[in-house]
Design a protein around this ligand. Sequence first.
Ligand SMILES: Nc1nc2c(ncn2[C@@H]2O[C@H](COP(=O)(O)OP(=O)(O)OP(=O)(O)O)[C@@H](O)[C@H]2O)c(=O)[nH]1
Ligand SMILES: *[C@@H]1O[C@H](CO)[C@@H](O)[C@H](O)[C@H]1NC(C)=O
Ligand SMILES: *[C@@H]1O[C@H](CO)[C@@H](O)[C@H](O)[C@H]1NC(C)=O
Ligand SMILES: *[C@@H]1O[C@H](CO)[C@@H](O)[C@H](O)[C@H]1NC(C)=O
Ligand SMILES: *[C@@H]1O[C@H](CO)[C@@H](O)[C@H](O)[C@H]1NC(C)=O
Ligand SMILES: CC(=O)N[C@H]1CO[C@H](CO)[C@@H](O)[C@@H]1O
Ligand SMILES: [Mg+2]
Length: 431
Amino acid sequence: RVKLQLLYKASIHGFTGAAFHQRCDTRSPTVSVGYNASGYVFGGYTKQPFSQSGQYVHDDQAFLFTLSGKKLLRYPVTGPANAVTMISNNGPHFGEALILVNQSKPVVHSNPGNYYNFTAAEMHGNDLNLTECEVYQVEETTELERPWRTITWELLKRKELMEGIKTFKPTVGSVSQARVLLVGPVGAGKSSFFNSINSVFRGHVTSQAMSGCSSTSLTTQFRTYSVKAGREGKPLPIILCDTMGLEDSKGAGLDIDDISSILKGHLPDCYQFNPSAPLHSDTHGYRKSPGLKDVIHCVAYVIDACKISIMPSKLEEKLDAIRKKVNLMGVPQLVLLTKVDEACPLVKEDVRNVYKSGYIKELMQEVSARLGVPLSCVVPVKNYSEELELDMNTDILLLSAIVQMLRFVDNYFDELSDRLSKVATKEVEFR
Ligand SMILES: Nc1nc2c(ncn2[C@@H]2O[C@H](COP(=O)(O)OP(=O)(O)OP(=O)(O)O)[C@@H](O)[C@H]2O)c(=O)[nH]1
Ligand SMILES: *[C@@H]1O[C@H](CO)[C@@H](O)[C@H](O)[C@H]1NC(C)=O
Ligand SMILES: *[C@@H]1O[C@H](CO)[C@@H](O)[C@H](O)[C@H]1NC(C)=O
Ligand SMILES: *[C@@H]1O[C@H](CO)[C@@H](O)[C@H](O)[C@H]1NC(C)=O
Ligand SMILES: *[C@@H]1O[C@H](CO)[C@@H](O)[C@H](O)[C@H]1NC(C)=O
Ligand SMILES: CC(=O)N[C@H]1CO[C@H](CO)[C@@H](O)[C@@H]1O
Ligand SMILES: [Mg+2]
């Protein structure tokens, strides 16, 4: 029952002592994890804060561990006075026995026996090359006494939510389907969200949109997915628009100018994104004069709960620029916080704990502050990750997110007709 907050990830922040110390000094307790291509996952725990003092630090609770297959081995410290060494040019440094990121290189230095007793073969299969190194801060998860948002986890509720979605009608007659745009970093779960929603209405787990893990975006086309009520059912009054993932570097991932085109309804379905050249009005399928039914009525930022703590500032700037554009166009926005199961063990145990987990609440507050959207516009979701059959509680969480989106779509049309009537009044006055 602990939460693990990711502080440092070498593949993102660099395999250097400086990057490690910059992100991890003064933090405690921590668990440091190394990975290698031979399949070993290993590292150490210390309750002491990291520093660059050059000194040994006493820790009677420190231990090293290794995980190979399903077997977890734990090696308690044998020389507590020398449990951790604080060297600026190294990553996590346990006694003289194990150093992850030695001398600012992606290697392990391993010297068993020096204050920890293990064998190199057991610990890392004698493979000294690191493919990844991560440091997590360990904290107790708090379970709130009562949930801070109330949801009834009952079949009837699911039915009610589904009915509400099926019978939704935009308040503007010319529009039959609400368009919701999904934007967010690579791998945040945009495509999975559509798959999961589709699954709920299909009655079994589907995977129409390609989803998975990769360092660059798996989704490279603009797709507008209409969810159907059942296999031969009518399309629901909602279209989810899936986009390519955002990347922190310039000229990579979804282009901000393309977002403008999407918001205005110019982008055709199946448009192939090109990060080095945004959409041009000559492009095949470019919608020259989009109607109200083609524009975006609500934007959902899809954010991975596990990665909020290490969101690069460049990415935050990109999101900020997008948010300004969306604001200008008067499109309501919300945040879908994904992978809440991966972030919090309480939620993994039971989705119904989502509003009882103190950690998820903190994450929601953090994402609200960093993206500048009110907490009331942050909704947590979990996709269908391992299960093949649907689960009522997961459905309810997913459906609640859609209902929230539809409320926002209503706001969009309300605001629009409000503005239109003002313009009309002005014109009358003018005449
Ligand atoms: N545990 C868990 N895993 C999830 C959840 N949502 C998505 N994932 C996983 O996260 C990975 C990325 O999901 P995608 O849906 O492909 O992400 P995306 O945002 O579409 O990514 P790109 O198209 O590459 O930009 C996949 O392996 C998903 O299965 C979730 O709620 N919980
Ligand atoms: C780790 O760094 C030390 C220098 O402090 C060096 O002697 C040792 O060979 C390095 N180990 C590896 C595996 O590179
Ligand atoms: C180290 O562990 C091995 C077996 O795991 C054991 O035989 C040995 O006595 C231990 N050495 C010390 C110094 O504790
Ligand atoms: C580790 O990396 C070095 C340098 O890249 C390489 O020469 C060596 O073969 C690698 N060792 C293993 C076990 O992969
Ligand atoms: C949800 O995520 C898992 C991996 O975590 C993936 O295997 C699965 O296909 C995803 N489910 C959907 C419906 O996209
Ligand atoms: C993080 C990482 O690179 N882990 C790798 C460790 O080794 C196994 C087995 O080769 C890989 O599957 C992991 O990806
Ligand atoms: Mg995708």
